[in-house]
Design a protein around this ligand. Sequence first.
Ligand code: ADP
Ligand code: ASP
Ligand code: MG
Length: 430
Amino acid sequence: MVDIYAMGLIVQKYGGSSVADAEGLKRVANRIVATKRAGHQVVVVVSAMGDTTDELIDLANQVSPLPNGRELDMLLTAGERISMALLAMAIGNLGNEARSFTGSQAGVITTSAHGRARIIDVTPSRITEALNEGAIAIVAGFQGISQDTKDVTTLGRGGSDTTAVALAAALDADVCEIYTDVDGIFSADPRVVPAAKKLKTVTYDEMLELAASGAKVLHLRCVEYARRYDMPIHVRSSFSNNEGTWVVKDHPEGGTYMEQAIIAGIAHDKSEAKITVVGVPDRTGTAARIFQAIADADINIDMIVQNVSAAATGLTDISFTMPKTEGAATTAILQRIQGEIGFQSIQYDDQIGKLSLIGAGMRSHPGVTATFFACLADAGVNIEMISTSEIRISIICRASDLENGVRAAHTAFELDAAQIEAVVYGGTGR
Ligand code: ADP
Ligand code: ASP
Ligand code: MG
């Protein structure tokens, strides 16, 4: 385990719930100054205050049903500008120098895809300069500047985590600390499973699957980045001094982890919708044409199920899931190619939930699927779709059954803590 107190350069990221109001900003400022006074160089990445980003999106939707991507990014990045400047002032008030920087000033260079830009490069010379002059650098999370268009971009919801890890890698920091409103990464979302257990360590591979399956405690890209650069992440609460969870390459040798846990965690996700293309002619190349049209629009598909075609008709159904936010666009594409492909109809269902079990121990333990399905059956949860990877099993069920299913699986895999240890310190869970 890395000893965080023997380190030189620390990147700390504070999420929206940690800086929700003036009190929160002052509390966080105190933590930052304490780290600085302990002899470290400190770079801070900050999110917008509380639910500011959601409120700005609501505002945009009130003036336009489909806001322009460039303008929406310009609007949303204002949220982080507010918190970074206020945080720098709060630190100044404690007698330390802090300088705030926008993503662009911090050298976060991205692609030009508004709302989901990817970081191409980080050139943090102004941050290094500030550190060398003894200042604390505060960087606005979740934003950058496009290499081609020079426009301001955002990295997607939750993207401040990625800003933090990318900066940590570029600055060759010793650790990236992600401060949030829970004490670390738990065996399930503590807002849904009060008996969730805090994990001491989780591997990059497990965390990638957890994040991709809806555990929003870390942004997926930030974990990809950390794995690529082998950057240790320490996820912890800004409201307590408890040790959090370390996201690392491997579980430490000799830890009790391997013996006890086949399943590291359970993730759930209500952000997807399911489309069924009904009565598709069972001919070579049909699925390719459907999914090519969707891919051409840059829409990510998650699970796919195709049934055997009915002997009498030669027709089959294809179901797949994608983010609800892409539902309207996907339906429009399918309507456009319906005549050409000759399927019968399209069904759209946004009342689904996804439940995923994740654990490296699954590789060597047969019977996980059987236990999982049996516990869902006992809980009255009907399985609609299934997908697996080497260390994950996911199912789709009714959204209304999802939370019950999560709790049932948590109990069935003996993950429940003997005593309640999960505390949710803040945030609205929005
Ligand atoms: P921040 O604003 O600090 O970025 P987020 O809301 O993005 O915080 O992420 C923290 C939230 O993630 C927690 O409040 C919790 O509800 C949720 N969460 C989901 N799955 C997990 C998990 N396995 N462990 C901890 N938190 C989780
Ligand atoms: N403020 C942005 C959001 O709410 C980015 C972040 O908090 O990570 O998604
Ligand atoms: Mg977050």
